[in-house]
Write a protein that binds this ligand. Structure first.
Ligand code: FAD
Length: 599
């Protein structure tokens, strides 16, 4: 019988990105004993990769900005599918969370008069992103990590992967995890669990996401009985590197466009002027002259079309490529070299300068970059209550990219980093209070033994499937059938292939022993990626309209009725169930404010 370590806490936080760490700080401040578990080393979570900034209506660069404008931009950017309560809380509380980070030691770029500087980004009406050059995630994670390690009642388990969430009487009560270093197992009992495991990008081949993004939290929560929501909405960021092939998908921050970068096709045309949607027409420049007024800082100038929302820009680039106007490697040109001085580019976009120099042998202060869409962010996730972060499963909370609701059908750049801080904090407080009011729940050891057995199953001799091949196949399926454009027949085909893959993955085989064994880890990650991918494809088939990140070639327009609906994925006795759930209705006064043409 496998021996395993057992630990007990009030709150278990799964994931040490900014959402998980901010949640751990909040829970510990409430007096809970907290266990923070991370699949990677501390400080290496995906948050560290964030570049452009964190959106918060501080009004430091343009004093017309306030929470209400930020709220409106988020709802419009999310194509009216965001949970309005989450969008309101997020817009109201982001400034407080950013100022708190500053108090904890974060050093943001400054305005001339010493305030936190804010930059322009797609879909944000005013300059709103607090930033540190193009390395904002590093500064944020450094700051919250410093805080976490100095809290007395937080234990941190690094390189420790949660493989299963344990429930009793429809309540989350613990988890089984394995240490990546030796492969030994730990059972962690907790009165409340916060899932903050990030996104799902590794189910796709072309992605800006790192190895960690295998949809673990989405899948663990679903299997434990929590609802998933709006899984069809995957964000394809318009500007990933397209060349050389080894780095295809690596992100090119929206900060390049925020600092004045423009998109050109192979005829040298600034094509985004041809793709301005009606809903954004009143706030978007229609000509080079109008757009140059914005670049030159003219008061009241309209924003350039390159700063339209990500879904719009990604689809415009695809269209240019499809119609033969793409760049040599199947993207568009992104030019900052002819817009800003070299010193300015190196100061504001140092990572981009080095990224292209080292990976692409290209100097962005002299030549345009080649860019194209890349799988970037998951808008869908664990369904949560706006005010507490509670999932539909008792004792389980979720925050950050693993949670759904705030971003609706399309996330605005910069809104994730502030989301992590706002809802990390909220879920931490709520989980701690739930835990501190509740007795510990005991459960049969057989449940634990079963979960441990399941985790070690890929080592059994009868297994035959190579997990790397399965992963390759999964990425092909998702790119081909549930990628940036979708249609019914192709989705049907993709779902059948995914179902077949979900049978084959039961037979996935780990080779070697348990110490740092990537084939074993991938066998377990594959199960999560397939469950998550099926949820994406099933929800995508159900949403017969195009909205935000979800584009149906066979239903190219908005559908009014579907615009009032969230698609819920729930585990049933016979597999995955799809439920259409009415979205929460926004109060009349906010609704009419959102619908105003300009603010
Ligand atoms: P993460 O930071 O990804 O943390 C997830 C944690 O969960 C990690 O510690 C991981 O190890 C752990 N984990 C996962 N599975 C398990 C498991 N089974 N067991 C234990 N631990 C597990 N957003 C912005 O707002 N502004 C930006 O400028 C910006 N730039 C970006 C640039 C890039 C290149 C990318 C890829 C994203 C960017 N984003 C940006 C998006 C943003 O960075 C992410 O959405 C955000 O950091 C996610 O944070 P998180 O805390 O939810 O998850």
């Amino acid at each position: 019988m496998e021996e395993f370590e057992e630990r007990k806490y009030d709150v278990l936080v799964i994931g040490a990105g900014a959402a998980g760490m901010r949640a751990a700080i909040a829970a510990s401040n409430e007096g809970a004993n907290v266990c923070l578990v991370s699949k990677s080393l501390l400080g290496k979570a995906h948050t560290v990769m964030a570049e452009g900034g964190a959106a918060a209506a501080l009004g430091n660069v343009d004093e017309r900005d306030n929470w209400k404008v930020h709220f409106r931009d988020t709802i419009k950017g999310g194509k009216h599918l965001s949970n309005w309560k989450m969008a309101k809380i997020h817009a109201e509380q982001s400034p407080e969370r950013i100022l708190e980070l500053e108090k904890w030691g974060a050093v943001f770029d400054r305005t001339k008069d010493g305030k936190i500087n804010q930059r322009n980004f797609g879909g944000h009406r005013f300059p709103r992103l607090a930033h540190v050059g193009d390395r904002t995630g590093l500064e944020i994670i450094r700051t919250v990590q410093d805080k976490v390690i100095h809290q007395e009642n937080i234990d941190i388990f690094v390189e420790c992967t949660v493989a299963k969430i344990i429930t009793k009487n429809e309540q989350a009560v613990g988890a089984i995890a394995y240490y990546r270093s030796k492969g030994n197992i730990v059972a962690i009992f907790a009165k409340a669990i916060i899932v903050a495991t990030g996104g799902i990008g590794k189910a796709y081949r072309v992605t800006s996401n790192s190895w960690e993004y295998t949809g673990d939290g989405h899948s663990l929560a679903y299997l434990a009985g929590a609802d998933l929501q709006d899984m069809e909405f995957v964000q394809f960021h318009p500007t990933g590197m397209v060349w050389p092939p080894s780095v295809k998908g690596t992100l090119v921050t929206e900060g390049v466009r925020g600092e004045g970068g423009i998109l050109l096709n192979n005829k040298g045309e600034r094509f985004m002027f041809n793709y301005i949607p009606e809903a954004f027409a009143a706030e978007t420049a229609k000509s080079e002259n109008e757009a140059n007024d914005w670049l030159n800082g003219k008061e009241g100038a309209m924003r350039p079309p390159e700063l339209l929302t990500r879904d719009v820009v990604a689809k415009a680039i695809m269209r240019e490529v499809k119609e033969g106007r793409g760049s040599p490697h199947g993207g568009a040109f992104l030019d900052i070299a002819n817009r800003r001085e070299p010193d300015y580019i190196k100061k504001k976009l140092p990572s981009m300068y080095h990224q292209f120099k080292e990976l692409g042998d290209l100097d962005i202060t002299e030549e345009p970059m080649e860019v194209g869409p890349t799988t970037h962010y998951m808008m869908g996730g664990i369904s949560v209550d706006a005010e507490t972060g509670a999932s539909s499963l008792k004792g389980m909370y979720a925050a950050g990219e693993a949670a759904a609701g705030l971003h609706g059908a399309n996330r605005l750049g910069g809104n994730s980093l502030s989301d992590l801080l706002v809802f990390g904090n909220i879920s931490g407080i709520s989980a701690a209070n739930f835990a501190l009011k509740n007795e510990e729940i005991s459960f049969s050891r057989n449940i634990l033994k079963e979960a441990v057995k399941e985790t070690l199953e890929p080592f059994s001799k009868e297994k035959t499937e190579n997990p790397y091949h399965l992963h390759h196949e999964l990425q092909d399926i998702m790119e081909m059938h549930a990628g940036i454009v979708r249609e019914e027949e192709s989705l049907n085909e993709g779902i059948e292939k995914l179902k077949d893959l979900s049978e084959r993955v039961k037979n996935a085989k780990a080779t070697g022993d348990r110490a740092y064994n990537p084939s074993w880890h991938l066998c377990l990650d594959m199960k999560n990626m397939i469950i998550t991918s099926l949820a994406v494809a099933e929800a995508a088939r159900e949403r017969r309209e195009s909205r935000g990140g979800h584009t149906r070639l066979d239903y190219p327009e908005y559908d009014k009725e579907l615009g009032m609906i969230n698609i819920i994925i729930r585990k049933g006795p016979d597999g995955l169930n799809i439920i259409k759930s009415d979205k929460e209705i926004m109060p009349e006064d906010l609704q009419s404010y959102v619908m105003k043409e300009t603010v």
